[in-house]
Design a protein around this ligand. Structure first.
Ligand SMILES: [Zn+2]
Length: 312
């Protein structure tokens, strides 16, 4: 599955669960629906439809339609594997348009602010809009997230809205559409978090940390050393384990001798075992350090199921 689909599925989950558990306020659900409808392929009297590669989005669209009109949308799958969900009856299309304060006869399609009740609705609207017209690149290759909008004025409206949440995307015309995009990792993380895709956002941070660290370590380590890759992976795994222990129990959970090794490991990701050994208050052997790190790893492992139980 592409990273973009992963993100969209996470957003759908946020939406579905928020609704089911009552975590999502009525005003936000309204705003999310509006975002999904307004930024989809067509939103006017003669057609309300969405085209997507993601079947779950077509289904969400259909459920939204049903919640307003009582009848689900018509979903078709093209030979290219794309889904098109559309509202068949004119009566139903009028109902949907009027729910969001549109007639469907407007000369220019604009964002109707009356659908944003409160500050909380902003992220819901962006989530809906992104599911309709957004995509992003695999963060292993590049940091790039965009909204593609076919109307200039509507893209201006969205641009204005996004700048109100202190983000500053850029806009560029492309093939008759307007592309609002973010190009740096931090903004991509921020907007994903804002839309509710926190897991995806954390995944990007993790990838970035891994990449940064690998670059730093590579610079320092000898490239001809066949072990450097393995040593790096081991160090990364150890640091993850230490961070994990820190987050669930705090480093105070570790006995003194392990804590000292843990701190040196975490603060000096490019240290070799020997570097760690030499920097201990009471220096020990390389294998002694390795032994302590193994202990830390098994402590982290022993904490794993516990954390899951607590989550439930
Ligand atoms: Zn709200």
């Amino acid at each position: 599955m592409s990273f973009a689909s992963e993100v969209k599925n996470e957003l759908i989950k946020v939406s579905r669960e928020g609704y089911k558990t009552g975590h999502m306020r009525e005003c936000c659900l309204h705003a999310e629906m509006y975002g999904l409808f307004l930024f989809c392929r067509s939103f006017n009297q003669s057609e309300i439809s969405i085209k997507t590669e993601n079947e779950n989005i077509a289904k969400l669209f259909s459920d939204f339609v049903k919640s307003i009109t009582g009848t689900p949308a018509n979903i078709e799958k093209s030979s290219a594997g794309k889904y098109k969900a559309s509202v068949k009856s004119l009566q139903d299309r009028k109902k949907i348009l009027s729910k969001f304060g549109h007639t469907g006869n407007e000369i220019t399609k604009r964002l109707n602010r009356a659908n944003l009740d409160d500050d909380c609705c902003m992220s819901a609207l962006l989530r809906g809009a992104f599911m309709s017209c957004g995509t992003l690149t695999d963060p292993n290759k590049d940091y790039h997230l965009e909204f593609v909008i076919s109307h200039k004025v509507l893209s201006d409206d969205l641009m204005k809205l996004i700048s109100e949440v202190e983000l500053s995307p850029k806009v560029v015309p492309r093939k008759g559409s307007y592309v609002i995009y973010f190009k740096d990792s931090e903004s991509v993380e921020d907007i994903l978090t804002l839309m509710g895709a926190t897991e995806s956002s954390l995944e990007i941070m993790g990838m970035k940390m891994y990449k940064d660290m690998r670059n730093r370590v590579n610079r320092r380590m000898n490239f001809e050393n066949a072990n450097s890759g393995r040593a790096f992976d081991a160090a990364y795994k150890q640091i993850e384990a230490i961070r994990f222990i820190e987050s669930v129990r705090g480093l105070g959970y570790l006995p003194e001798e392990l804590r000292e090794v843990a701190k040196l490991r975490m603060e000096n990701e490019d240290y070799t075992l020997k570097d760690i050994a030499d920097n201990l208050r009471d220096p020990i052997s390389k294998s002694g350090v390795n032994h302590r790190l193994q202990k830390i790893l098994s402590i982290a492992e022993s904490l794993q199921p516990l954390e899951k139980e607590e989550e439930e």
